[in-house]
Ligand binder design. Structure first.
Ligand code: FAQ
Length: 311
C-alpha cells in the first residue's frame, strides 16, 4: 500500500477524525471492520431467537408487548449494521451467506437455551447489559457509519436492559418459586455473559490492531471488569447470588476480583458445539429459505419499476 496514504490515514485516526465510506483506508482496516460489523449484525439477528421463543408465553399482555418491541428492535439493529457493513463494499447477500455457511461467527451467547420466563429477565439484564458496556465505546469508533449506527442501537439497548432488570426485580420480590427461578437464570447466564467480551487480552488476535485504529477503545478484559463491577451491586439489590465463589471486592484495585472463566466452554461454543448452535443455524437457514419469495418479489418489483421508467 502507498506509504503516504497509510500515513495520512493514521494521522486522521490519531486526530479522532471519522473515516467515511468513500475515504481511502488500508485493506486490513476495511477487512477487520467488515468482519466485526457483519458478525455484530449476525448476532442481532440470531439473538432474536432465544427471546422469540417466549413471545407466545409471556405472562401478561404488557410483558408480551414489551418483549415483542425488544425483539423487533434487535431486527432493526441487524439491519442498520448490515447497512453499515455494506458501505465497506460487501453486499448483504455475501455477508448473510457467510453466516449461513458457518464461515462468519455470531456471538457465543445466543447458543444458550431460554428455559424459563426468568431467562428473559436475565437476558435483558445481563446480555443487554454486557452489550451496552461493549457498545457505548463503539459510538466513538473511528469508522463513521458504524459509530453513528451504534448511537441509536445503544439508546434502544438501554430500554432493553431496564425491561430485563424490571422482570428480575418482580421475580425476586415474588414467591419463593419465582425468586428461585430468577436465581437459576442468573446461575446459567452469568458465565456465558462474561464470555461475550471475547477471549482474554493475550489471546485476542485482533485486539491490539483494532485499538490502534480506534475501533476498540477498551480491551476485552477491561470491558469484562467494568461489566462485573457494574453488575455485582445490581445482583445485591435483587438479593440474588452471583455463582462465583471467588468473587471478592478488592480494596486495593477498587474492582471485584472474579474466578476463572471456563475458556474450553467458549471454544466449544465457537466451534459449533454449544447447547443450541445447531438449532440456531437450522432456524436461520429455514427463515432464509422461507423468505426467498419475498426477496424475489422485491427484485421483480424493482425491475418492473425500472422498465416502466425506461418506457
Ligand atoms: N462470540 O481478537 P478478538 C448483541 C471471536 S451483543 C463469538 O478479541 P475482536 C445485542 C472474534 O470474532 C453481541 N465469537 O476479536 C443483543 C474473533 O474471531 P474471528 C454482539 C467471539 O473482534 C442482545 C476471535 O474470537 N456484539 O448482539 C466472541 O477484536 C440481546 C478472537 O477475538 C458485538 O458483536 C464471542 N463472544 O473482539 C441482541 C459487538 N468473542 O472474527 C439480541 C461488536 C470473540 O477472527 C438480544 N464486536 N469472538 O473469526 C466487538 O466488540 C468485538 O468483535 C468483540 C471481539 C469484543 C466481540
Amino acid at each position: 500500500e502507498d506509504a503516504a496514504k497509510v500515513a495520512a490515514f493514521e494521522k486522521r485516526v490519531a486526530a479522532e477524525e471519522k473515516i467515511e465510506a468513500n475515504d481511502w483506508m488500508p485493506a486490513a482496516y476495511r477487512k477487520t471492520l467488515t468482519r466485526q460489523i457483519s458478525q455484530h449484525a449476525h448476532s442481532e439477528i440470531v439473538g432474536m431467537l432465544p427471546e422469540g421463543n417466549w413471545l407466545t408465553r409471556a405472562p401478561t399482555l404488557r410483558r408480551k408487548a414489551a418483549l415483542l418491541a425488544k425483539v423487533q428492535d434487535e431486527c432493526g439493529h441487524g439491519l442498520y449494521l448490515y447497512a453499515a457493513a455494506e458501505t465497506l463494499g460487501s453486499s448483504r447477500e455475501e455477508l448473510v451467506d457467510q453466516m449461513l455457511s458457518g464461515k462468519a461467527k455470531y456471538s457465543s451467547i445466543f447458543n444458550y437455551p431460554t428455559l424459563t420466563w426468568a431467562d428473559i429477565g436475565a437476558i435483558g439484564w445481563l446480555v443487554d447489559g454486557a452489550a451496552i458496556m461493549n457498545q457505548i465505546p463503539l459510538c466513538r469508533c473511528s469508522y463513521g457509519p458504524y459509530a453513528r449506527a451504534m448511537i441509536r442501537v445503544c439508546k434502544e439497548e438501554s430500554f432493553h436492559q431496564r425491561q430485563g432488570y424490571e422482570i428480575m426485580v418482580t421475580l425476586s420480590r415474588g414467591s419463593v418459586e419465582q425468586k428461585a427461578m430468577a436465581q437459576n437464570a442468573l446461575d446459567r447466564w452469568w458465565w456465558p455473559c462474561l464470555m461475550m467480551f471475547g477471549p482474554p487480552d493475550q489471546q485476542s488476535s485482533h485486539g491490539d490492531q483494532s485499538t490502534r485504529w480506534k475501533i476498540k477503545r477498551f480491551s476485552n478484559d477491561e470491558l469484562r471488569q467494568k461489566f462485573i463491577d457494574a453488575t455485582v451491586p445490581q445482583a445485591q439489590y435483587l438479593g440474588l447470588k452471583i455463582p462465583d465463589a471467588d468473587l471478592k471486592w478488592n480494596e486495593q484495585t477498587q474492582h471485584w476480583d472474579y474466578g476463572a472463566i471456563d475458556w474450553q466452554e467458549f471454544k466449544d461454543v465457537l466451534s459449533g458445539n454449544g447447547p443450541c448452535n445447531r438449532d440456531r443455524m437450522a432456524a436461520r437457514r429455514k427463515a432464509h429459505d422461507d423468505g426467498a419469495w419475498v426477496r424475489d418479489a422485491a427484485v421483480a418489483y424493482a425491475q418492473k419499476q425500472r422498465s416502466r421508467r425506461a418506457a
